[in-house]
Design a protein around this ligand. Structure first.
Ligand code: PLP
Length: 401
């Protein structure tokens, strides 16, 4: 009889967003006329920008004529898009050759698939609180996981130390859920650690476009030494509203080798076996993101999300509540007031002011006592949520005095 992948039975129930959905559903069935201010899930609310829509329409028309029709696309990505992405990195003085850029249908897909490159005996390091897919993809693959807790003491940006015994190092910066961003000196320490120990960094740069502080690195490849120890995984989901359109990219430098094997070559072999490329139409839409006009338009949208963040941060500043993120990231990570646990705070906000966020405990044990707000929501709703938050927590504070 066939034996299933038994590691699936080691997966913990992914109850975070399910529980949020259940609790909000129950609230709405008891209060059918209530309006909820949803700042929980990290999906975008603004539509694709004009340049992308135009490119998508033109690409559809191309598919209508024999002369411009495209069938299978190159497995690793269309040349026009690989070149556009390499040029985007070039603007930040990161030199990439287009064949170091692999087009994907999203970062989630890649974060799971890329593990094909590594032996099952390797240990993965996950800095927590973390995007839940890192842990789950490794559990499914039967890999050992070392959990590295972070907290207020290190600003949720831990550095490598002697207790780390891992081969695959996940680093997400700007971070989901904390919004914290590693600076150059901090990333250099991780790069040196990886090179000294023969480890490989999987750098998740899904939120790089939200960085506004010029001193902060957008890519691990801005750090000296990264070409021999890192793979970068990126996505247009949040940058350009592609959550439902689907496009990402992965950078694997040609120098990245371990035990005589070259990861760029291995990934070409993997892609040419396991995919038949991303659709021509979507790649055309994606290429429009990297044009000057496209960049201007996506940054107009990002500015709207940043205004949401500013509005929530102002409320938290006035309340004197500790938080990080928001400035260079679309997430705000706050400490729950009065020592509340994260699900307790979730219920409190839902019942008292109809605001929905995400309990920090869902991102790992050390997230207990924290709460994440996403800034991707509707601006009017976010303003009202911030006003309600100020009212509720301000009143609670006054009662304490
Ligand atoms: N990486 C991080 C840190 C994310 O937060 C997300 C989505 O929320 C992803 C990757 C997945 O992105 P994609 O939509 O490209 O699969």
């Amino acid at each position: 009889m066939i034996t299933p992948n038994l590691f699936y039975s080691d997966l913990k129930d992914s109850y975070l967003f399910y529980n949020i959905a259940q609790k909000t559903k129950a609230y709405l069935s008891e209060h059918p006329n209530a309006h909820l201010y949803r700042m929980g899930i990290g999906d975008v609310s603004l539509p694709l920008c004009e340049s992308v829509i135009k490119a998508l329409h033109e690409a559809v028309d191309d598919q209508a004529q024999a002369a411009t029709f495209h069938g299978y696309m190159p497995e690793c990505g269309a040349e026009f898009l690989r070149e556009a992405i390499a040029a985007y990195y070039g603007n930040r003085n990161v030199k990439l050759s287009p064949d170091e850029v692999f087009v994907s249908s999203g970062a989630s897909d890649e974060l799971g698939d890329i593990l094909d490159l590594f032996d099952r005996e390797n240990t993965s390091l996950v800095i927590e609180p973390a995007y839940p897919a890192y842990v789950d993809a490794n559990v499914m693959g039967g890999r050992k996981i070392q959990h590295l807790a972070s907290g207020i003491d290190n600003g949720f940006l831990p550095l490598p130390d002697d207790i780390i015994k891992a081969d695959i190092l996940y680093i997400c910066s700007p971070n989901n859920p904390t919004g914290a961003v590693f600076n150059r000196e901090q990333l250099k320490k991780w790069v040196d650690y990886a090179n000294d120990n023969g480890a490989v960094i999987l750098f998740d740069a899904a939120y790089e476009a939200f960085i506004e502080d010029d001193a902060l690195p957008h890519s691990i490849f801005e750090i000296e030494g990264a070409r021999t120890c890192a793979i970068e995984i990126c996505s247009l989901s949040k940058t350009a509203g592609f959550t439902g359109t689907r496009l990402g990219y992965t950078i694997i430098p040609k120098e990245l080798e371990r035990k005589g094997m070259n990861f760029n070559t291995m990934w070409v072999r993997n892609r040419t076996t396991k995919t038949n490329g991303v659709s021509y139409i979507i790649q055309k839409g994606a290429a429009a993101v990297f044009t000057p006009e496209g960049q201007k338009q996506i940054h107009n949208n990002i500015r709207i999300y940043k205004e949401n963040a500013a509005c929530l941060m102002k409320a938290l500043d006035e309340l004197g509540i500790w938080y990080c993120g928001g400035k260079n990231a679309p997430y705000i990570w706050m400490k729950c007031p009065d020592g509340m646990r994260s699900w307790e705070f979730f219920d409190y906000l839902l019942n008292e002011i109809q605001v929905v966020g995400t309990p920090g405990e869902g991102f790992g044990k050390c997230g207990e006592g924290y709460f994440r707000f996403s800034t991707f929501g509707n601006p009017d709703d976010t303003k009202e949520a911030a006003r309600r938050l100020s009212g509720l927590l301000g009143k609670a504070k006054k009662n304490e005095v």
